[in-house]
Write a protein that binds this ligand. Sequence first.
Ligand code: NAX
Length: 334
Amino acid sequence: MATTVTVTGAGGQIGYALLFRIASGAMLGPDEPLRLRLLEIPQGMRAAEGAALELQDCAFPLLADIEVTDDPRVGFDGCQVGMLVGARPRGPGMERADLLAANAGIFGPQGAAIAASAASDVRVVVVGNPANTNALIAAASAAPDVPADRFTALTRLDHDRAIGQLAATLEVGAGEIDGVAIWGNHSATQFPDVSHATAAGRPVLALLAERHSGAEAAERWLDDEFVPRVARRGAEIIEVRGSSSVASAANAAIAHVRDERAGTTGRWVSAAVVSHGEYGVPDGIVCSYPVTSDGSGYRVVEGLDLDARARARFDASVAELVAEREAVQRLGVV
Ligand code: NAX
């Protein structure tokens, strides 16, 4: 049986970078046939249809079927893996409240469509920004038919960016780094945390202290360079490339779904999941944590020590998530 994957915003940039890798088997594995459902709005239909033509031209052996639609009920029909990429970008002069309201108008109906027509084992990752709160809205709109913890939001790109920065600084391979964590919101307030990280089995903090002549200098480097660089990497990419992150975002979304389904074999990744109060975060907030999966869904890595500096940064990001929730509560969508 083919697995049904729905990609929203399939006619956009990340959609274009995602679809061919999904169809090639990079996400579900080399033995799992799949069916793609591409959901767009009317203005994006031609681009999505064009992508569908090219997918056909690739003759991917695993790709059983492609459907392009602008009807969410059709797009989510039988959906087992939902990748919600399409969102309303912030326009000129748009306030945060307006942005949240515009996206509530997308993620509310999509959550309802998921409840009405997705498969009973559906899992959803929200990529479209503001990703955490969009996931919260979609989960609220899919309740009570779909359990809230089936909805996650993407912070894997932030996680992988943090690993990339550490690997370059410590001159080790990215694959040798483990134990990185992204706490909080997928926004500039996020806290990329390396205090539990190791590189080739050695504590990253000790390695940084060696490179920066002492623990204090290493901490300054983390505060002044590493954290802002990871948190603002999206802006750096726009400045250098002239366009936002696309291939790296698609790669992160694929890794998020792949690792949730296949399991992380004990390695940590980061994902925004519905909080059950872990680390004092209010229940129901979609918050990024270090997580692992045994193949049945992401679980928060619990029991980690957060020092005062880490706690303050994490709390600030959680406060932003709480404010976003309050804003959408005022709209009556959650
Ligand atoms: P594009 O503007 O290229 O594509 C978005 C597509 O979504 C368009 O084709 C549009 O027609 C479609 N769309 C809009 N509303 C829709 C709806 N209601 N149903 C279906 N489709 C709809 O943006 P792109 O560069 O692909 O980025 C997509 C989203 O990813 C943005 O919200 C962006 O901010 C977000 N990102 C999230 C990241 C993360 O780590 N969570 C990183 C990358 C990216 O910034």
